[in-house]
Design a protein around this ligand. Structure first.
Ligand code: 13P
Length: 363
């Protein structure tokens, strides 16, 4: 294998490293609100709200105008549509977030597609015009990006083919983002679907992450200017044997110590169908694990930051203040968990805590 290559210029390295470190600033994490218009349909259906561009705008405006959001939220991941939508008084959401001190991120993948020849597995598409899109997004104020690949656990999966393909496409995406001054969030999501136990989840996650960092190295990605967005290591959703938050936390950090280089500034977990309280309690336990580690351990939650907000809002104008209050509560709970200082049950969700699991989840 050839080892000749050029490092990206020093000024670009500095820029990427500064952005990545700011995203994982202590006590803060990412609000992931990059659901495609298609996935918003399912959320709105629960309270009979038509999935129109205007209703999606009203919902995102509610989120982004929440008072003191920047206290616990360092960055927000947007869908292309949301980036260019405007507040009632005509400011784009991108500008609004930036002026509030929140770093703007953009989902750049174009979704999950079947991987022919595999055992019902998938890859993620969107590389073709990525170089140009990243350049435009950077000019339009985005400083980081997200690309999600999924790997499933089953008797014979993930296959070698699926691991190689998904980790390679993530590495290609990462190198293209960096060339345009955008910090790539690398998201190889090992799904919680299935009845496997935590040890199987651990082995699969370690295998995927080992392949991921080999692929990033092969593509000369500057690790200091990246973030990893993984699943926590938890038993399959149908596994009868459940593990304590402390066991989950220990195994999760142990696996990352085995596979994630110290040059990576931060690991920002996805919530992956955990309930709001579970996602916070687990992050809290992860930050209390008695193992030395070199990276920040933070959150980049979608469902676990939005479930209560959506329930409180239910599509009604008169509920907006209550919905904003729910977002402040979830952001604060996870902000505390970043320091390992969240007390379980102290910031309850809007309704009874419930699993947010969705089979074969699409974003
Ligand atoms: P969840 O936290 O809902 O798993 O989503 C985070 C995300 O961005 C998945 O790509």
């Amino acid at each position: 294998m050839g080892t000749n290559f050029n490092y990206i210029p020093c000024a670009l390295q500095d820029e990427l490293r500064t952005i990545a470190n700011a995203i994982v600033a202590p006590g803060k994490g990412i609000l992931a609100v990059d659901e495609s218009p298609g996935s918003m349909a399912k959320k709105f259906l629960t309270f009979d709200l038509p999935n129109t561009e205007e209703n999606r705008r009203i919902y995102r405006q509610l989120l982004f105008t929440t008072e003191n959001l920047q206290e616990h939220i360092s960055g927000a991941i947007l869908h292309n549509e949301t980036l260019y939508q405007k507040t009632d008084d005509g400011k784009t959401f991108g500008d609004l977030l930036r002026h509030r001190g929140i770093i703007v991120g953009i989902k750049v993948d174009k979704g999950i597609v079947p991987l022919p020849g595999s055992l019902d597995e998938s890859t993620t598409e969107g590389l073709d015009d990525l170089y140009c899109r990243c350049g435009k997004y950077k000019r339009d104020g985005c400083d980081f990006a997200k690309w999600r690949c999924v790997l499933k656990i089953g008797k014979h999966i993930p296959t070698y083919q699926a691991i190689m393909e998904n980790t390679n496409v993530l590495a290609r995406y990462a190198s293209i983002c960096q060339s345009q001054g955008i910090v790539p969030i690398v998201e190889p999501d090992v799904l919680v679907d299935g009845d496997h136990d935590i040890i199987r989840a651990q082995k699969v996650t370690e295998t995927v992450l080992a392949a991921q960092y080999k692929a990033l190295n092969d593509h000369h990605v500057y690790l200091e200017g990246t973030l990893l967005k993984p699943n926590m290591i938890i038993p399959g959703q149908k596994c009868p044997r459940r593990n304590s938050p402390e066991e989950i936390a220990y195994i999760t950090v142990q696996s990352f110590l085995r596979t994630v280089p110290a040059a990576v500034p931060g690991i920002v977990f996805l919530s992956g169908g955990q309930s709001e309280e579970e996602a916070t309690v687990h992050l809290n336990a992860i930050n209390n694990v008695n193992l030395k580690h070199p990276w920040e351990l933070s959150f980049s939650y979608g469902r676990a930051l939005q479930a209560s907000v959506l329930e409180a809002w239910a599509g009604k104008n008169e509920n907006i203040a209550q919905a904003k209050n729910e977002l402040q509560k979830r952001a604060k709970a996870n902000g505390l968990a970043r320091y390992g200082k969240y007390v379980a049950g102290s910031i309850p969700p809007f309704k009874a805590d419930q699993s947010l699991f969705v089979e074969d989840h699409k974003y």
